[in-house]
Design a protein around this ligand. Structure first.
Ligand code: AMP
Length: 553
């Protein structure tokens, strides 16, 4: 039919060439292993990415080949993020925090044939490389402190010896660009293939003002690792818009991050709650010690991957004037799903009214649709009270897993079952109450562990709280709270129980408190409740045991 629009392909090639032409001078800053800063521009990035394409071609990389990365966030990782998909091949980001056996499983499952690895991570690679028969080449990003061993290729030398690829191939927008695995705390991790189309549409969504609003004026710092769901699409969106990029490298301690935010005038930084809890703690301590930080350029700090406690959002705002953007997403969604933005009629209200809205997981970004379902597949009301499973669909939501595993997560009518237990309010705001596998079911009633955690974390002595299900002879399961105290604090179980008792029905309140130095976490920063259950899942059964509130001190 004549008179319609062009069928212009949505590929990373466009984002890349656009950046080269329109934003060649924009900076890309990376913190190196030795803590020094490496500075480059988009122009340098363009030439080097084109060289990398030729070099990888020389190594036999073809459309569809899986090229793995085992690396921190830095400019070279960004080069691989583009060079591989621009060739029609697939970049597969390996999670360096996993156990070597898990990485071996994933690299083998993906049939990775080239691995690009940071010099500091070669020892980790060597723990599993023998288990992955597909790997033909190892390319080492040297950090100047170590020699690249015989048998491995030196990333910089490879680039020096390669001509920048002039013509980029035309790609189908439905071609796979990136492969990411879910963290898989139960069962094996599953692969999700992002397409050029999904990645481009997602990058555009990241730039919407009602989502993260990334723009050319921004300086974006993805603290979230590039091995975790494409660093939430921020590297792609930054290149697409001409935003300055700042990469923290391997230095993720609060002081290093704050220093980079100040020194590079970061406007948007993104990471999981643990990172931000550490930063809030540092800012609080420095304020007491009258050590000033200039974070006036920070427009927002994006927090996701796990629930951002309201007390943290409040602390940033009221004590430091810093705004948090709470977002929810999944590896299966490229990963952005919802963002806690205020709607116009909510603006200008008192902070106490605004905070609970900002602490929700928000409402879906454009093109993501969501619904609330019960266990039998019946739609539940959006009343802000009824808990059910969140289902989503949209152009950057997986339609199946790599190798067609986990089919039960995809409904026949085209929805993805997130496995998150939530409420949705009449305005469409989602509140996560639990991960389905972590839900506490007491006498048949669901108790929200996240709501209890948020309430406990509003106590000044509590640094972190994780609520998990412990077996109970009468009620089947009862909530138990694991508590990490702020250094120098000493709070009792009774005081904590008193602090939250008026906020919940009495049957919601934890039956016991366990004090620990650290809450076990997954490789992507979520509370590892399976581990808490292994450690303390029986404490309510063993009545002759000493009470669980014995402090780990
Ligand atoms: P991943 O695929 O590793 O990013 O994990 C996705 C899961 O992390 C989601 O299904 C949620 O359970 C959890 N998650 C992500 N963002 C949030 C958030 N803002 N609040 C609570 N849970 C979250």
């Amino acid at each position: 039919m004549l008179g319609r629009m062009m069928d212009f392909p949505l590929t990373l090639t466009h984002l890349f060439e656009r950046a080269e032409r329109l934003f060649p001078g924009r900076p890309i800053v990376s913190r190196k292993a030795d803590r020094s800063l490496a500075r480059a521009t988009v122009k340098d990035f363009g030439v080097r990415t084109r060289r990398l394409m030729s070099a990888l071609e020389g190594l036999g990389v073809q459309p569809g080949t899986r090229v793995a990365t085992l690396a921190w966030n830095h400019a070279q990782h960004l080069e691989v993020y583009f060079a591989v998909p621009l060739m029609g091949a697939i970049v597969h980001t390996l999670n360096l925090r996993l156990h070597p056996n898990e990485i071996a499983y994933i690299a083998d499952h993906a049939e990775d044939s080239v691995v690009v690895v940071d010099a500091s991570l070669v020892p980790l690679l060597e723990k599993f490389i023998d288990k992955v028969p597909w790997i033909r080449h190892v390319v080492v990003i040297a950090d100047g402190t170590t020699e690249v061993k015989g048998g491995y290729l030196d990333y910089e030398k490879l680039l020096e010896g390669a001509e920048p690829r002039a013509e980029l191939p035309q790609l189908d927008e439905r071609a796979a660009a990136m492969l990411c695995y879910t963290s898989g705390t139960t069962g094996n991790p599953k692969g999700v293939l992002y397409t050029h189309r999904s990645t481009c549409l997602h990058a555009m969504a990241v730039c919407l003002r009602d989502s993260l609003g990334l723009a050319s004026m921004d300086t974006a710092m993805p603290v979230v690792p590039m091995f975790h769901a494409a660093a939430w699409g921020i590297p792609y969106a930054a290149i697409a818009t001409g935003a300055k990029l700042v990469f923290p490298g391997p230095h993720l301690d609060p002081a290093s991050i704050v220093e980079l935010m100040e020194g590079e005038e970061v406007t948007l930084a993104a990471g999981v709650p643990t990172i931000w809890l550490g930063i809030l703690d540092l800012l609080d301590r420095d304020r007491k010690a009258e050590k000033a930080h200039d974070l006036s350029r920070v427009r927002t700090m994006v927090i996701g991957g796990a629930a951002a406690p309201p007390a943290m959002i409040d602390g940033f705002k009221t004590r430091h004037g810093l705004e948090v953007t709470h977002a929810w997403g999944m590896t299966e969604m490229n990963p952005l799903g919802t963002v806690a933005r205020l709607k116009p009629d909510m603006v200008g209200q008192a902070w106490d009214t605004e905070l609970p809205v900002r602490a929700t997981q928000g409402f879906p970004v454009m093109f993501v649709e969501h619904r609330l379902m019960d266990e039998s597949g019946k739609a539940l009301p959006w009343d802000g009270k009824t808990m059910g499973e969140l289902e989503v669909r949209g152009p950057w939501v997986a339609s199946s897993y790599f190798a067609d595993e986990g089919k039960d997560r995809f409904t026949e009518t085209g929805w993805f079952k997130t496995g998150d237990v939530v409420t949705i309010d009449p305005e469409g705001y989602v509140t996560i109450t639990d991960r389905a596998k972590d839900v506490v079911k007491s006498g048949g009633e669901w108790i929200s562990s996240v709501a209890l955690e948020n309430a406990l974390m509003s106590h000044p002595a509590v640094l972190e709280a994780a609520v998990f299900a412990a077996a109970h002879p009468k009620w089947d399961e009862r909530p138990v709270a694991a508590i990490v105290q702020r250094p120098g604090s000493d709070v009792s179980e009774e005081e904590l129980a008193g602090h939250i008792k008026d906020q919940f029905a009495s049957y919601w309140l934890p039956d016991a408190y366990v004090f620990m130095d650290q809450i076990p976490r997954t490789s992507t920063g979520k509370f590892l409740k399976t581990r808490l259950r292994e450690l303390y899942g029986d404490i309510l059964l063993v009545t002759s045991q000493p009470p669980p509130a014995v402090k780990a001190k």
